[in-house]
Design a binder for this molecule. Structure first.
Ligand SMILES: NC(=O)c1ccc[n+]([C@@H]2O[C@H](COP(=O)([O-])OP(=O)(O)OC[C@H]3O[C@@H](n4cnc5c(N)ncnc54)[C@H](O)[C@@H]3O)[C@@H](O)[C@H]2O)c1
Length: 336
């Protein structure tokens, strides 16, 4: 059975990926996570599954990473672990530089030593090894009213978070060009769905609404994001690691651009039906505009044609179908 290292698997997207892969039962998943504030092992639906192992550790600890690779001899790495919250990167960027850049470097260098004899020479037993680096569309900076990010869009990161992710993408690229490492990078738009941390936009809107608290929206709510249901992202990653061309990057996005204010209003409308307020007013009355985030990128939107045309990927959920499932999941979480 293939041994796959998933880093950051106690977080939002990593845990959804693990739950999906463990259920499929085709590989042994080793979840390496430092369990920062963002990691939560209850996100793993079947922790006792025979093809699942959890290891607590830090990707910044090189000796620990070397020992782990020596012990398991991974056939594949799917690298999610990162500091991921833009607001935290503004108030305290140092952990972003450490984990997102140095941690990625440790994984690349250790995989290189395990898998390759020398540059462009894979060891026979690792001929099919793959390193999938999970990144973000935020590396491309911000868009105006028009246009889409393609894989050719020049990098122009604007926050310490996106700058640290852009740096890690460049390291991954360099390992392909310098050493012939079997790497593939995916750059994805905003994800939503089960197991996202409470601090993020959609869980915050749902939680504040049902607790009858003000729902905070930055600025005037006009910022636009391209929303992707997390399971669609996981399926895109699975395809990219299995069929992606080595050294290439693939943008993954749902063609679901929505303004933040629309997101809040849509969630409130669904909640009005699913869980009406006792005063019969709409939850949308709780929407409150708050001071904007410094350097807030105006619009992100992805052109996903490359992964659609070359690998046959397509988002199965629209925002309107995915958000209904998501709200059901958070209602269970916040009301039980
Ligand atoms: N959430 C999104 O909308 C989105 C969109 C595009 C790309 N991404 C990328 O996807 C990846 C996963 O994002 P997420 O939203 O699931 O993040 P998350 O913050 O929910 O999870 C990150 C996980 O990494 C772990 N971690 C952090 N530092 C670590 C370290 N030094 N060593 C080991 N583990 C560590 C945390 O404990 C946590 O479990 C990130 O690389 C992020 O940049 C996220």
């Amino acid at each position: 059975m293939k041994k796959i290292l998933v880093t950051g698997g106690a977080g939002f997207i990593g845990s959804n990926y693990i739950n999906y892969q463990v259920k499929k039962g085709e590989s042994h998943i080793i979840n390496l996570d430092k369990l920062t504030y963002a990691g939560d092992l209850t996100n793993i639906e079947n922790p006792k599954a025979g093809n699942y192992t959890f290891v607590e550790g830090d990707i910044c600890d090189l000796k620990f990473i070397q020992d782990l690779f020596a012990k398991y001899e991974f056939d594949q790495v799917v690298h999610f672990a990162a500091e991921s919250h833009v607001d935290n990167s503004i108030s305290d960027p140092s952990a972003f530089i450490e984990t997102n850049i140095n941690g990625t470097f440790n994984l690349l260098q250790t995989a290189y030593k395990l898998w390759m004899k020398e540059p462009f020479q894979m060891k026979d037993e690792f001929k099919k090894a793959r390193f999938l680096h999970v990144s973000t569309d935020e590396v491309y900076g911000t868009l105006g009213d028009e246009g889409l990010f393609t894989e050719e869009t020049p990098y122009a990161p604007n926050s310490p978070y996106s700058a640290s992710k852009a740096s890690s993408d460049m390291l991954v690229r360099s390992y392909f060009h310098t050493y012939g490492m079997p790497v593939v990078t995916t750059n994805c738009s905003n994800n939503y769905g089960p197991h996202q941390h409470d601090e993020k936009l959609i869980p915050t809107i749902i939680r504040k609404a049902i607790r009858e608290e003000n729902i905070p929206i930055y600025g005037k709510g006009t910022n636009i994001r391209d929303w992707l249901y997390v399971l669609d992202h996981c399926k895109g990653i699975e395809l990219a690691v299995a069929k992606g061309k080595l050294g290439e990057t693939y943008n993954i996005g749902g063609r679901n651009e929505r303004k933040n204010l629309y997101i809040a209003e849509k969630i409130c409308t669904i909640l009005d039906e699913e869980k009406p307020r006792s005063n019969r007013k709409s939850y949308s009355e709780l929407i409150t505009f708050v001071k904007d985030r410094p350097g807030h990128d105006f619009r992100y939107a992805i052109d996903a044609s490359k992964i659609e045309d070359n690998l046959g990927w397509k988002a199965e959920e629209t925002f309107e179908t995915g958000i209904k499932k998501t709200i059901q999941w958070y209602l269970e979480k916040y009301t039980n």
